[in-house]
Design a protein around this ligand. Structure first.
Ligand code: PBG
Length: 329
């Protein structure tokens, strides 16, 4: 009878041994929780395609933010959904815009929580594109100007970090310059560097009401078939002054995360998007998989691929499970 020399199963038998040799950790410290804010008071409007998530008015947002901070979640990523939209998306940089009100309220009431803002025009423009449209084309440079202005207004309202998601060329440099000019030299930029034109944003478009009214985003977001180009996008954003770079979505792009981890010694975020969330929730509801285990497995896989920071709608659920030690079982 021949015996194997190595028996990897030796280290798999006991939970404590498994924990000793575990290569990847998932901690509440790694998580950022995205939230949607709408006008009004006492509004908690469930998002049909994202069970468990809701569009919140500022007062409800403050409660949610307080709960998140109480669970040890380090930061929230805020998206504004304004009452009025126009061609240039002017509420995006309005002093009393929905996101500016939200940032002020959360910073005031929950000071021990990082407030990160998504900087983009698509929730604010009537046509739903992430930039200025002229003759049916999304124009880069005029959009960059407005995006930079929007970023400054978020920081003026108190945002701890801005996260540009528009994918216009040169926006990180423009934002850095505008922030520095406004004396916000210490405010970091988390750039959505490799953001793909993905169908996995579907549920988000219900939540943020930002579906393009014509065409699609393929003239500015990346082709899902490209990975080398993602490295180029990341390098450009770092040159322009990005402090944290991001790959988005996460699960269908683990190879891109892993490659970015190998090529760049900088903090790396991955955004596990609305469609990734919806798939796990939906299958869980149908009884087709164990939702809690699938959630922790997916988040751990994103960390294993190399992400330092995981942006996920599961943040509170994951925080509760991690607190109970569910990931060690
Ligand atoms: C654009 C933005 C989008 C997401 C984050 N920022 C949508 C888009 O590009 O259409 C998607 C997030 C998600 O699907 O969870 N401001």
């Amino acid at each position: 009878m021949s015996h194997p020399m190595f028996r990897p199963r030796r280290l798999r038998e006991k939970p404590l041994l498994r924990a000793l040799v575990r290569e990847t950790t998932l901690s509440v410290d790694d998580l950022i929780y995205p939230l949607f804010v709408v006008p009004g008071r006492g509004v908690r409007e469930p998002i049909g395609s994202m069970p468990g998530q809701a569009r919140l008015s500022v007062d409800e947002l403050v409660k949610e933010a307080k709960d998140a901070a109480g669970m040890g979640i380090p930061g929230v990523l805020l998206f504004g959904v304004p009452a009025e939209k126009d061609a240039r998306g002017s509420e995006a940089w309005a002093d009393d815009g929905i996101i500016q009100q939200a940032v002020r309220a959360v910073k005031d009431r929950v000071p021990d929580l990082l407030v990160v803002t998504d900087v983009c025009l698509c929730e604010y423009t009537s046509h739903g594109h992430c930039g200025v449209v002229e003759d049916g084309v999304v124009r880069n440079d005029p959009s960059v100007e407005l995006v930079a202005r929007t970023a400054v207004s978020h920081v003026e309202a108190g945002a701890d970090m801005v996260a540009p998601s528009d994918m216009m060329d040169g926006r990180v440099a423009a934002i850095r310059e505008a922030l520095d000019e406004a004396a916000y030299v210490e405010t970091p930029i988390m750039a959505y560097s490799a953001k793909y034109a993905s169908s996995f944003y579907g549920p988000f478009r219900d939540a943020a009401d930002n579906a393009p009214q014509f065409g699609d985003r393929r003239s500015y977001q990346m082709d899902p078939a490209n990975a080398a180009e993602a490295m180029r996008e990341i390098a450009l954003d770092l040159d322009e002054g990005a402090d944290i770079v991001m790959v988005k979505p996460a699960l269908p792009y683990l190879d891109v995360i892993s490659r970015a981890r190998a090529e760049f010694a900088v903090p790396l975020a991955a955004y596990s998007v609305s469609g990734e969330y919806a798939m796990i929730r939906a299958a869980g509801r149908l009884g087709w998989l164990d939702e809690e285990r699938a959630m922790l497995e997916a988040l751990t896989a994103i960390r294993r691929a190399g992400a330092d920071i995981v942006i996920t709608y599961f943040a509170p659920d994951a925080a509760r499970l991690l607190e109970r030690g569910a990931h060690r079982r």
